[in-house]
Design a protein around this ligand. Structure first.
Ligand code: PGA
Ligand code: ZN
Length: 425
């Protein structure tokens, strides 16, 4: 049983405080997990509790830590770590708000993840096996290699430009191709006279003036690295359009041009024509602009994967609505948007049952914790985005996938297909 739940304030990849939790079982086994943090957060995300005030620019998490060591610790003492749903429900009830605002989603998620880690250790299984059982596959990974929007200080309005290895014989093979492309991209950027400093997710952040320039550079890097764009290495982007939406005018102000929603759709269409190697588009419209998001999916949903992130925030209720409305054909999954392992699993089941692809995601603020890699394999999520093949908090996840592949590879690795084979029932 759970004997004690401890927590502490540690620091994430941006130097901001975050919560780390230890769940200690009665036989001394200790599960540990750390919580990530976003920058382009959706309005409907569960609440990340920050202290406010002077200390650490108001971003301290001492209150969340205290909530773990006092209330949550008292409520979970004696609970069964193998009953994840029960542990999570105890915390949801204890919190008592619809968005985990009282105890903090950062407090609750830390405990939820650390509980799974402790239970896995207790059974002497790796986390991916404990959570996932048999018949597991390695995901197709998407790597943010040019950062813009809220993740970088440059003139690129869209947030993420990602590359993914479509053709690969193993996860390692795909990752090597990505690493080669990444290093070639650095040269391409240097040769064009731009700096090669990195953004929050390990991608380059050259001071380009447009998303189109970023896409051109990506294609050049793929070709120069010796790969066929679209066939071997494909491209994806996350527009994170909430961050260039103009609330007053209901238009989109992107890179010096104002677009009506229809004009923006045409602009995206132009990019898809010009760059047929684009296979996935995330958040093309504002998080509350469901109508134009849906229109976009009607128009382009057969051509590319369309991911909804900020509109649904890994929330089963919102996902149900999005499915009913035909908003997208894939969801982004972030554990800390909803705040427990159990609710995240429910969100994923719901999406896949309805033919939606699932892409697991890191946050722009990350730690060295590799829970995400195990969770992606355990759930057969199919896809994962966890940043560039650089910066240790990003690479930690990929290195863990390399280890998992080594373990699973003994019976031949199963690789996720794109688009995913979704559940039949
Ligand atoms: P975030 O960005 O972690 O800053 O929210 C990731 C995303 O928008 O997909
Ligand atoms: Zn996003």
């Amino acid at each position: 049983v759970i004997e004690q739940v401890k927590a502490r304030e540690i620091f994430d990849s941006r130097g901001n405080p975050t919560v780390e939790v230890d769940v200690i079982l009665s036989d001394g086994i200790r599960g540990r997990a750390a919580v990530p943090s976003g920058a382009s957060t959706g309005e409907k995300e569960a609440v990340e509790l920050r202290d406010g005030g002077e200390r650490l620019q108001g971003k301290g998490v001492a209150t969340a830590v205290k909530n773990v060591t006092t209330e949550i610790n008292a409520a979970l003492r004696g609970a069964d770590p193998f009953n994840q749903a029960h542990v999570d429900q105890i915390m949801i009830d204890l919190d008592g708000t619809p968005n985990k605002a009282r105890l903090g989603a950062n407090a609750i998620l830390g405990v939820s993840m650390a509980t799974a880690c402790a239970a896995a250790l207790e059974t002497h299984q790796p986390l991916y096996r404990y959570l996932g059982g048999e018949d597991l596959e390695l995901p197709q990974t998407f790597h943010n290699v040019i950062n813009g929007g809220e993740h970088a200080d440059n003139g690129i309005g869209m947030q993420e430009f990602l590359i993914t290895a479509v053709e690969r014989t193993s996860f390692r093979d795909g990752f090597e191709k990505i690493a080669n492309t990444y290093h070639t991209l650095k040269k391409v950027i240097e040769d064009a006279g731009f700096t090669t400093g990195l953004g929050d997710e390990g991608g380059f952040a050259p001071d380009l003036n447009s998303s189109e320039e970023a896409l051109k550079m990506l294609r050049e890097a793929i070709v120069k690295a010796g790969y066929e764009p679209g066939k071997e290495i494909a491209i994806a982007f996350d527009a994170a359009a909430s961050y260039f939406y103009n609330d007053q005018t209901k238009n989109y102000d992107l890179e010096g041009t104002t677009y009506t929603p229809d004009e923006l759709s045409d602009y995206y269409g132009k990019l898809l024509d010009e760059f047929p190697e684009i296979i996935s588009v995330e958040d093309p419209y504002d998080e509350n602009d469901w109508e134009n998001f849906e229109k976009f999916t009607q128009k382009y949903g057969d051509r590319v994967q369309i991911i909804t992130d900020d509109n649904i925030c890994t929330n089963p209720k919102l996902i149900r609505q999005a499915i009913k409305d035909g908003m997208a054909n894939a969801i982004l999954v972030k554990l800390n948007q909803i705040g427990t392992v159990t609710e995240t699993l429910e969100a994923m089941r719901l999406a896949r049952k309805n033919g939606y692809n699932t892409m697991m995601s890191h946050r722009s603020g990350e730690t060295e914790d590799t829970f995400l890699a195990d969770f992606t394999v355990a759930t057969n999520a199919g896809q994962l985005k966890s940043g560039a093949p650089a910066r240790s908090e990003r690479v930690a996840k990929y290195n863990q996938l390399l280890r998992i592949e080594e373990e699973l590879g003994q019976d031949g690795t199963r690789l996720a297909k794109f688009p995913n084979e979704v559940d039949a029932d």
